[in-house]
Design a protein around this ligand. Structure first.
Ligand SMILES: C[S@@+](CC[C@H](N)C(=O)[O-])C[C@H]1O[C@@H](n2cnc3c(N)ncnc32)[C@H](O)[C@@H]1O
Length: 258
C-alpha cells in the first residue's frame, strides 16, 4: 500500500459524522428508480450503502482512485461493483441516471472541467448530486494554514493549501447552468458532538490534515505538527459544560437536473 494512500479504518472511525451529508443529499434527490448510478469518490463504500438502501433495484457502481479504499469496499461489500477510477482523468464508456459524489470533489482540481465531465457521464435526463465541505470557512482550516506558514514548516508544506479546490455557490451555479436546467444549491451547518478536543484532531487526521502530515519528514515531526494543531483546536473549540465539544462543520450541496 502507498504510504500516502487513504486509511479506510481511520476514516470510518467517524462514520456517524461523515455519513450524515450522504443521507441528507440522497433525501433531496427526486427520482423513483435511477437505472444506473455511479458514486464518485465512494471511499470505503459508506456513501454507496446509502444509495443501495434507497434504490435497491438500481445498478450502482462505486468508483474511487484510492486502491486502499477500493480494497476495503470490496472486502466489506463483495456483492457490489467497485472500480479504481480517477474522476479528474479517467473515462468510462457508460452513461448514468445519477452521478453522486459525497465529500470528494474538494480533492480534485479544476471544477469547471470536472462538472463538464460529470455532465458528460449522465444520460439526457440524468441528475448530478454533490456535497463538499466548506473547509476554508472553518477556524480549524485557518489554524492549520497558519501553522503550516510558520518558518519550521513552510518549506515542507508549501502549496498544500492549494491542493483543496472549493468554490463559491455562485461559481457552482454559473458552471452548472451550462449543462443543467434545474439547479438546487444549499448549505448545512452540522454541529458534531465530539467526545474531546483530541477527537477533532483524530477526525481530520485522515482527511483535511492528511496532505500536510504527508509532507513532513518523520513521525516525530508529524507529532510536533499535530501538537500545535491540537493547541489551536483547544482555543477554537471550547469544552461544553458536560466535557464534550461541539465541532461545527459547514457543507455545500447541489442537485442538478439536465
Ligand atoms: C472524504 S472521502 C469520501 C468517501 C465517501 N464518499 C464518504 O461520503 O464518506 C474522499 C474520497 O475521494 C477519493 N478521491 C479523491 N480524489 C479522487 C479522484 N480524483 N477520483 C476519484 N476519487 C477520488 C479519495 O480516495 C477518498 O476515498
Amino acid at each position: 500500500m502507498n504510504k500516502n494512500d487513504w486509511n479506510p479504518d481511520l476514516y470510518l472511525k467517524f462514520d456517524k459524522e461523515r455519513i450524515r451529508p450522504s443521507i441528507d443529499l440522497v433525501a433531496r434527490i427526486d427520482c423513483d428508480t435511477p437505472g444506473k448510478i455511479i458514486d464518485i469518490g465512494c471511499g470505503p463504500g459508506n456513501s454507496t450503502q446509502i444509495l443501495v438502501n434507497r434504490w435497491p433495484d438500481s445498478v450502482i457502481i462505486g468508483a474511487d482512485n484510492s486502491p486502499a479504499m477500493i480494497k476495503k469496499a470490496t472486502a466489506d461489500f463483495p456483492n457490489q461493483k467497485w472500480i479504481l477510477f480517477d474522476a479528474g482523468n479517467d473515462n468510462i464508456n457508460d452513461k448514468f441516471d445519477l452521478v453522486f459524489s459525497n465529500a470528494t470533489i474538494q480533492w480534485i482540481p479544476n471544477h469547471d472541467k470536472l462538472l463538464k465531465r460529470f455532465a458528460d457521464l449522465l444520460k439526457d435526463t440524468g441528475i448530478l448530486a454533490v456535497q463538499l465541505p466548506l473547509f476554508f470557512d472553518m477556524p480549524l482550516s485557518k489554524s492549520i494554514s497558519e501553522i503550516a506558514r510558520q518558518d519550521k514548516w513552510k518549506v515542507a508544506t508549501q502549496g498544500v493549501d492549494n491542493l483543496f479546490t472549493i468554490n463559491t455557490s455562485a461559481y457552482y451555479y454559473d458552471h452548472l447552468a451550462k449543462y443543467f436546467s434545474e439547479i438546487d444549491i444549499w448549505t448545512t451547518d452540522y454541529y458534531h458532538v465530539m467526545e474531546s478536543q483530541s477527537s477533532i484532531l483524530e477526525m481530520i487526521r485522515s482527511t483535511g490534515l492528511k496532505p500536510y502530515l504527508e509532507r513532513l519528514a518523520d513521525d516525530n515531526e508529524k507529532k510536533q505538527f499535530e501538537t500545535l494543531v491540537l493547541e489551536k483546536i483547544k482555543q477554537d473549540y471550547p469544552l461544553q459544560s458536560n466535557g464534550k465539544v461541539l465541532f461545527p462543520f459547514k457543507r455545500l450541496f447541489f442537485v442538478a437536473k439536465k
